[in-house]
Design a protein around this ligand. Structure first.
Ligand SMILES: NC(=O)c1ccc[n+]([C@@H]2O[C@H](COP(=O)([O-])OP(=O)(O)OC[C@H]3O[C@@H](n4cnc5c(N)ncnc54)[C@H](OP(=O)(O)O)[C@@H]3O)[C@@H](O)[C@H]2O)c1
Length: 164
């Protein structure tokens, strides 16, 4: 099974504040939908709670929580290990979609990172992506996107693969 992280991160590694995103990037959300639709997505309990309409449609929603035992629209696992063990047998690729706590515990095991690099800084953010050790990763592709009326900041979609 390929374990893929999907994250939008600012230049200072900020990813969120007050359990919300820090920007409006419509085209990035569109790309996120295309990438993850039809697949399993794995998230922390707080990221699940940040979704305005609950589980994301047309995807297998997996939530990691020590405090919840069930949800009406998602599968709940008490630890990352248990979730990955169950998914390994059933899925070819799992997309880990946040947030900060989940990224920190999965980065060392991830095979791939779909990174949206947001070209801005957010000094008062409260959630950050862990440091990526560039020596462990190879850049497969990079695409630049300008700021416009639907995308608050310029960004780049970078696909990183763990070096063999
Ligand atoms: N920019 C992006 O790409 C992006 C993506 C996703 C989220 N975000 C942002 O990130 C922020 C949320 O991140 P966060 O770090 O506060 O929360 P989070 O990682 O989404 O969820 C944390 C919760 O997940 C559960 N959890 C985490 N690790 C666990 C483990 N190893 N074993 C069992 N349970 C575990 C715990 O739930 P219990 O407390 O229930 O035990 C924990 O409180 C928000 O601001 C959100 O908007 C940004």
């Amino acid at each position: 099974m390929t374990l893929s992280i999907v994250v939008a991160m600012a230049l200072d590694r900020a990813i969120g504040k007050d359990n919300k995103l820090l920007w409006r990037l419509s085209d990035d959300l569109k790309r996120f939908k295309e990438l993850t639709t039809g697949h399993a997505i794995l998230m922390g309990r707080r990221t699940y709670e940040s979704l305005p309409n609950g589980a994301l449609p047309n995807r297998r929603n997996i939530v990691i929580s020590r405090t919840l035992t069930s949800l009406p629209d998602a599968e709940v696992f008490p630890s990352m290990d248990e979730a990955i063990k169950a998914l390994c047998e059933q899925e070819e690729e799992v997309f880990v979609i946040g947030g900060g706590k989940i990224y920190s515990s999965i980065l060392d095991r991830a095979d791939r990172i779909y990174l949206t690099q947001v070209e801005a800084r957010f000094p008062d953010a409260d959630t950050f992506f862990p440091q990526i050790n560039q020596t462990e990763w190879v850049e497969l592709s990079r695409e630049e996107f300008p700021q416009d009326e639907r995308n608050e900041y310029p960004s780049a979609l970078v696909i990183l693969s763990r070096k063999k």
